[in-house]
Ligand binder design. Structure first.
Ligand SMILES: Nc1ncnc2c1ncn2[C@@H]1O[C@H](COP(=O)(O)OP(=O)(O)OP(=O)(O)O)[C@@H](O)[C@H]1O
Length: 235
C-alpha cells in the first residue's frame, strides 16, 4: 500500500513576538504516516494542536524540527524544507486542503471559485465548470447562487463551496479541517459519501471532525494528538 505522507519527529512552538518573545510549545515528536485509501482523524481535546498539525502539513506553519515527507510525482519531498515554488507546485497537484472557512474574493462567482483549482491544473475551462456544477449540485447549493460571489452566502453555503473546491481535483493527499461543522444532516451525509468515494479512489485523507457521528463514519483510525502534546513535558 503506497504511503504518500510520512510525518517524522515534528516539533512546533509559537513565539509571541509582541509578548517579549514568549515561546508556547504546542507539539513535539509528531510521527505518523498516511496510507493511500485511508482516512485518519486527528483526535484529542480542544487546544491540543490538531488544527496546527494540519496547517503545518499544508505548509502554512513553519516547524521547529522534523520532516514532512510527501510523495510528489514519484519523488519524496520534505515539505518542511521545500522552496516556496515547490510548495505551490505540491499544492497544485498533490496536496489538497479544505479549510474551515472559505476565503472569498470580491466579484468571483461561486462556480469559478470551485472550478479554479482544476483550471490551474491545465483542465479546459468548460470541463472544469461542468465538474464544478456537478459538485455544487451534489452538495445541494441552489443553482441561483452559482453565479454569485460567495461573500454573502450563509456559513453552510460557503462551507459547501469550499468542499466542492477541495474535492474537484484528484489530489493524492487531502487535508480536511472540520469540513462538516456548519452543515445540516443531509449535507453531512453527502460529504461522508464523498470521503468514502475518495478512499476507494486511493486518496489518503487526514481530517478533524468534531461531530461524533461523522467521525465514526469516516475514520479508519484516530491519531491521538495528546500523545504529541509538548506542554505535558514543558509543564
Ligand atoms: N498562530 C498562533 N499563534 C499562537 N498560538 C497559536 C497559534 N495557533 C494556535 N496556537 C495555540 O496552539 C494551541 C493549539 O491550537 P490548535 O488550534 O492547533 O488546537 P486544536 O486542537 O485544533 O483545538 P480546537 O479543537 O479547539 O480547534 C492552542 O493553545 C493555541 O492557542
Amino acid at each position: 500500500m503506497p504511503t504518500p505522507l510520512v510525518v517524522s519527529e515534528v516539533r512546533k512552538s509559537f513565539t509571541m513576538h509582541l509578548r517579549g518573545g514568549l515561546v508556547l510549545p504546542v507539539v513535539d515528536n509528531v510521527s505518523f504516516s498516511l496510507k493511500a485509501g485511508e482516512c485518519a482523524v486527528l483526535g484529542g481535546p480542544s487546544g491540543v494542536g490538531k488544527s496546527s498539525i494540519l496547517k503545518m502539513l499544508y505548509g502554512n506553519y513553519a516547524i521547529d524540527a522534523g520532516q514532512i515527507l510527501i510523495e510528489h510525482q514519484g519523488r519524496l519531498i520534505d515539505l518542511a524544507s521545500a522552496s516556496p515554488r515547490e510548495v505551490i507546485e505540491i499544492r497544485r497537484t498533490t496536496l489538497g486542503y479544505v479549510s474551515q472557512f472559505l476565503r472569498t474574493l470580491p466579484r468571483v462567482a461561486a462556480i469559478d471559485v470551485v472550478a479554479e483549482p482544476l483550471i490551474a491544473r491545465g483542465e479546459a475551462a468548460a470541463t472544469a465548470h461542468d465538474k464544478a456544477a456537478e459538485l455544487l449540485g451534489k452538495l445541494n447549493l441552489p443553482e441561483a447562487l452559482w453565479r454569485l460571489p460567495p461573500a454573502t452566502f450563509s456559513g453552510g453555503e460557503q462551507q459547501r463551496v469550499n468542499i466542492a473546491r477541495g474535492f474537484i481535483t484528484d489530489h493524492k493527499i487531502l487535508l480536511l479541517d472540520e469540513p462538516t461543522a456548519s452543515l445540516d444532516a443531509a449535507n453531512r451525509a453527502v460529504v461522508v459519501d464523498m470521503i468514502a468515494q475518495r478512499k476507494k479512489a486511493g486518496t489518503a485523507l487526514l481530517g478533524i471532525f468534531h461531530d461524533d457521528d461523522v467521525r465514526a463514519r469516516v475514520a479508519d483510525r484516530i491519531i491521538d494528538v495528546s500523545a504529541f502534546s509538548a506542554r505535558k513535558t514543558a509543564a
